[in-house]
Design a protein around this ligand. Structure first.
Ligand code: C2E
Ligand code: MG
Ligand code: MG
Length: 582
């Protein structure tokens, strides 16, 4: 229990008294009780005893006589200073002249009080204790701040900021003998653990994962937590590509043993992206981006494996640079254009929506499909400008169609992961709607499954904001990512868009047929709309109709077309409603 503070506000004082007389010490402590409620003290009168007391206990204050038979205040002060604990030192003596007192204070002694001068001693003691308390509080705050700003609260590992700092240092240091390895690691299907066992268990596991990683890479490797279940490792001792692979293998090996929480075993696997410095990037930022990309490849390759980063063919050469420069001007020079692909409601055969698909009409290379330049736009940040243009243009065109009497046509716009994460998506969408006057319910944003699964909380917040505006959200390329069903329920989405790779073989491949069937059933059970993309044949339509798919999109009905051509197509589309789907 905390004792009541005295008028000076000091509850407790631990004072070390350097004094040869026990009586003097008792007298002193009696007086000191007027400065603090709880005074604990010890008297010493030799160097050995002082040293032991300093070593074995914590003290708030040392009060020392000046001249003792076996000792002097000067010797005592030296010992106190040298113990490194920064304890205030007061000389309390009747036998010291002013000169000696001043010399002592010049050395660092805090004050000098004449013996028996209680009126002066108590304020001095209070002042010193207050200073000590303030210094300790400051030190605690500084330590806490240091921990908070440099370490991850959950794992105790260096945070991103400290990781960058330490990693940059390591990279600089390997100057003479270049080479280092950066791993980007993601725990496979971690969300399922959170969903099934709760976040508390998830957190405990993340902590154990961090510790195990640190053990696996050893003390010389720097480990950090990048996101919920993402980690990065930098090891300057793994210099060659062979050593990089060996490091990744060692980490994977470390995860073959289960983790245990409350007696329950958890087997976790990792998907790892491997980058070599300086080959795959000359700074930590670039290495992290490339290693993360390689990690996604590892996911795609079925998880529980590692992939070494390989430069994309078109990113290797000057071709990429040329593309990048060209892309920078594409918007301002009006080289981007949108094509629109209709989708058809299966029940009525009516065209109810179109998907806007961007194309780059390059001055010398002709029409470049989005797959060839959207990834580059993502990497370079140009996607922000391009994405804004696409959104605005798609809304403006659809509004024109509404005005021409084609209503209520809905338009779908693809949004890349980078756009989604940029943080300004809701503002950009709101601006496009406001400027064009398109009703929010006629705009649908397509995001991929992978976006959905990353940083779930931030994603849910963004989606909720879009929903609140009245905008619809579809999950594009559904089935290619790794959504868990329990997880899907948490997202405010409207439509699942079945990836065309499943639709393509749906009538020939029983596995794909099963996937398509399941996705349609899943959509139904979650109250979502299902749409199949890449529909090219009547057989596919028959299958999808039998399974109860809501909407279809694909070459069977129409390829993506320029706005004018699509309008013409829609003008004759009465025939679609009646005839295209018999
Ligand atoms: P996606 O959103 O899955 O778009 C569907 C793609 O499938 C389109 O390719 C479309 O032309 C193609 N497709 C449609 N019907 C059929 C069919 O019956 N058979 C086959 N084999 N293919 C069909 P596209 O236009 O080349 O777009 C490719 C991807 O580029 C899109 O995939 C989308 O992820 C991305 N993309 C397109 N426009 C944009 C955009 O404005 N912004 C962003 N961020 N990404 C875009
Ligand atoms: Mg799409
Ligand atoms: Mg798709």
């Amino acid at each position: 229990m905390q004792s009541r503070a005295t008028d000076a506000g000091i509850a407790r004082m631990r004072v070390l008294i350097v004094e040869d007389s026990e009586d003097e010490a008792l007298l002193l402590t009696h007086e000191l009780r007027r400065a603090a409620n709880d005074v604990s003290w010890k008297r010493v009168d030799s160097a050995e005893a002082l040293r032991a007391a300093l070593r074995d206990n914590e003290w708030d204050l040392v009060i020392s006589d000046h001249a003792m038979p076996r000792f002097s205040s000067e010797d005592a002060y030296d010992l106190v200073r040298d113990c490194g604990k920064d304890i205030p030192f007061i000389i309390y003596s009747g036998h010291i002249n002013e000169h000696a007192a001043l010399t002592a204070m010049a050395k660092g002694v805090h004050d000098f009080v004449e013996k028996g001068n209680w009126r002066r001693l108590l304020p001095v003691v209070r002042r010193e204790l207050k200073t000590v308390a303030q210094a300790r509080a400051r030190e605690r705050a500084e330590n806490r701040l240091h921990r908070l700003s440099n370490y991850d609260q959950l794992t105790g590992l260096p945070n991103r900021r400290l990781f960058y700092e330490q990693a940059n240092l390591l990279l600089e240091e390997c100057g003479a003998e270049p080479g280092a390895t950066l791993l980007f690691l993601d725990v496979d299907r971690f969300m399922r653990i959170n969903n099934t066992f709760g976040y508390a268990v998830g957190d405990l596991l993340v902590r154990q994962v961090g510790a195990r990683l640190q053990t696996a890479v050893g003390a010389r490797g720097v480990v950090t937590r990048m996101g919920r279940d993402d980690f990065a490792v930098l090891d300057a001792a793994a210099k060659t590509p062979q050593q990089a692979r060996a490091l990744a293998e060692r980490v994977m090996q470390a995860f073959t043993q289960p983790f245990t929480i409350d007696g329950q075993e958890f087997f976790l696997t990792l998907s790892i992206g491997v980058c070599c410095f300086p080959r795959d990037g000359e700074d930590v930022g670039r290495l992290l981006v490339n290693a993360e990309n390689a990690m996604f490849l590892a996911k795609r390759a079925g998880r529980n494996n590692f992939q070494v980063y390989v430069r994309d063919m078109n990113s290797a050469s000057g071709e990429r640079l040329e593309m990048e420069t060209g892309l920078r001007h594409a918007v301002s020079r009006g080289e981007l254009t949108l094509h629109y692909q209709p989708s058809v409601e299966l029940a009525s055969g009516a065209i109810t929506a179109v998907e806007a698909l961007v194309r780059w009409s390059h001055p010398t290379r002709g029409m470049i499909p989005p797959d060839k330049f959207i990834p580059l736009a993502d990497e370079t940040g140009l996607i922000s400008e391009i994405g804004k243009w696409v959104l605005f243009e798609a809304c403006a065109q659809t509004r024109r169609w509404h005005d021409a009497g084609i209503a209520p046509l809905k338009v779908s716009v693809n949004v890349s992961a980078v756009q989604f994460r940029a943080g300004d998506l809701t503002a950009v969408v709101a601006a496009a709607l406001a400027r064009t006057g398109l009703p929010p319910s006629c705009l649908d944003l397509e995001i991929t499954e992978t976006v959905l699964m990353q940083e779930a909380d931030a994603t849910i917040a963004t989606l909720a904001a879009l929903k609140a505006m009245g905008v619809c959200v579809s999950v594009d390329d559904f089935g290619t990512g790794y959504s868990s069903l329990a997880y899907l329920k948490r997202f405010p989405i409207d439509t699942l868009k079945i990836d065309k790779s499943f639709v393509r073989d749906v009538t020939r491949d029983s596995h794909n047929a099963a996937i398509v069937r399941t996705v349609i059933a899943l959509a139904k059970s979650l109250g979502l709309e299902s749409i199949a993309e890449g529909v090219e044949t009547r057989e596919q339509i028959d299958f999808l109709r039998a399974e109860g798919c809501d909407r279809l999109q694909g070459y069977y009905f129409s390829k993506p077309l320029p706005a004018a051509a699509l309008q013409q197509f829609m003008a004759t589309a009465g025939s679609i409603a009646g005839g295209a789907i018999p």
